[in-house]
Design a protein around this ligand. Structure first.
Ligand SMILES: Cc1ncc(COP(=O)(O)O)c(C=O)c1O
Length: 467
């Protein structure tokens, strides 16, 4: 398993060759989930006592398994929050794996951590955080939210003690991972209303805190780009209230805070510089591969007090330098910030600004086209790169039928959602290679789609592939 011979050499070059092919060639549009039974049968005999060899493993992956995964980086994957990793960051991710770096502490991973910290500093500067800010790359926005909230609770209970109930204030538009974090922590959520644009405002937060028996509220989670609508909460007004009430302000920017590097959108995050912590996922809109989420604290010391793990086997290591393991709930960690760093070094920060701006401009232009076309309604002015729109008279069932049909054909992935209780369509743009003309062609398609025609007729029941 660890020897290097001619067979290993061929296999290693084949793997690199496949990775390059996967990056270079267009993504086959029909890739997507297959039934579990079919996949299980295809790999039933893959693991044997003697081993099938690397080339056979690669063949199985290339021909059977990968085609059963959705290409999340396809330019016409417009659902959820897709991804669009750059060539440099993806290729470097292979190198990160090859180097077996333990990214938990400085003693083991100093070189990698220095680079990760430089990438975190770029983000901290964009947010206007002080020089003393610091953080860590974790696996995703969910892990960032949880780690920040655990720190926030620790800070609050250190001065207020531990009441029977502890509570986080957040809107109904907050990402599901925040509610999941509160369940893990055993704390409550104080609901804060949003305005017509899907944003938390200062007055709404003030009212929620006023109405509530406020004891026990220790943090506010604001969102810098909600998942469903791309809405940016009024961070400055929220920061005022957090300061007045001594509350921790965490800004979940897993998707949207990438636009801090955008010339068009940066000012929309006014107030972010006053947050106690924020998260932003390079694997969403900063062109890095999964899994990479930056968690940045204005003052990292309470995070270290909260999360650092101690034991005789750990404390023997010199802990004076920066140990990323101390700033979130984890110990062993891949240096998952390195692909972002490599992309920044390779292309320069202006390339990031331009690439993010492309999606913001395309979202704006697409929204204008929706508003202009009879038969369509723009439900919300885009604040970032999400557009919510409706086709006149369409029901949720019709959206589902159309969406599933187009996904099966491999034309595009546009999935319905709802806005203020109304079913609608949603696109989320993060890929700078998505063409505006391809987006407007979706409107042409919707305008002529006939659910009663054979092409629009319900497909035979497919047990696993809704989209
Ligand atoms: C605003 C927001 N927060 C958190 C998350 C969760 O991030 P992850 O899937 O990386 O855990 C998402 C995912 O889309 C998100 O959009």
């Amino acid at each position: 398993m660890h020897a290097w011979d001619d067979e290993t050499n061929l296999f290693a070059h084949s793997v690199i060759g496949y990775a390059i092919e996967r990056l270079r060639l267009p993504k086959p549009p029909h890739w997507g989930a297959h039934p579990a039974g079919e996949l299980n049968a295809a790999i039933e005999h893959a693991i044997t006592a003697g081993g099938a060899g690397g080339l056979e493993a690669l063949r199985l992956f290339r021909d059977v398994l990968m085609p059963a995964c959705r290409p999340m980086d396809d330019p016409m994957n417009l659902a959820y929050v897709p991804t669009a990793p750059s060539v440099a960051s993806t290729m470097f991710d292979l190198v990160v794996s090859a180097c077996s770096i333990f990214g938990g502490n400085w003693e083991s991973g100093a070189g990698a951590i220095a680079a990760e910290n430089q990438a975190l500093r770029w983000l901290a500067d964009l947010a206007g955080f002080p020089d003393t800010a610091g953080g860590v790359f974790v696996s995703g926005g969910s892990a960032a939210n949880l780690s920040a909230l655990v720190t926030a609770r620790n800070v609050w209970t250190a001065t207020h003690g531990r009441p029977e109930r502890l509570t986080v204030a957040a809107t109904e538009e907050v990402h599901a991972s925040v509610r999941a974090a509160t369940r893990v922590m055993g704390v409550d959520v104080l609901p804060v209303h949003t305005d017509d644009h899907g944003r938390m405002t200062g007055p709404a937060l003030h009212n929620a805190l006023h109405d509530h028996e406020r004891d026990g509220v220790f943090a506010v989670v604001a969102t810098g780009g909600t998942t469903n609508a791309g809405a940016i909460d009024d961070l400055d007004a929220i920061a005022d209230i957090c300061t007045d009430h001594g509350l921790w302000l965490h800004v979940d920017g897993a998707y949207g805070l990438a636009a801090l590097c955008s010339d068009i959108a940066r000012s929309r995050f006014h107030g972010i510089e006053r947050a106690d912590s924020f998260g932003v996922d390079p694997h969403k809109w900063l062109f890095a591969p999964y899994d990479s989420a930056a968690l940045v604290y204005r003052d990292p010391r309470p995070a270290a007090d909260t999360h650092a793990q101690h034991g005789a086997y750990l404390d023997a290591v010199d802990r004076d330098e920066w140990n990323p393991a101390d700033y979130a709930y984890h110990l062993s960690r891949r240096a998952r910030g390195l692909p972002l760093w490599f992309g920044l070094v390779t292309y320069g920060t202006q390339a990031y600004t331009q690439a993010v701006d492309v999606s913001i401009r395309n979202a704006r232009a697409f929204a204008d086209e929706v508003a202009r076309r009879p038969g369509f309604e723009l439900l919300l002015e885009p604040q970032l790169s999400v557009v919510l729109f409706a086709a006149d008279g369409w029901t949720n069932e019709q959206y589902l039928l159309w969406s599933r049909q187009r996904a099966r054909e491999g034309r595009y992935l546009v999935v319905p959602t709802s806005w203020k209780g109304r079913p609608c369509l949603r696109i989320c743009l993060v890929n700078p290679t998505t063409e505006l003309s391809a987006l407007t062609a979706i409107l042409d398609d919707l305008a002529t789609f006939d659910p009663a025609s054979p092409a629009g007729a319900p497909a035979p029941a497919d047990p696993i592939n809704p989209w």
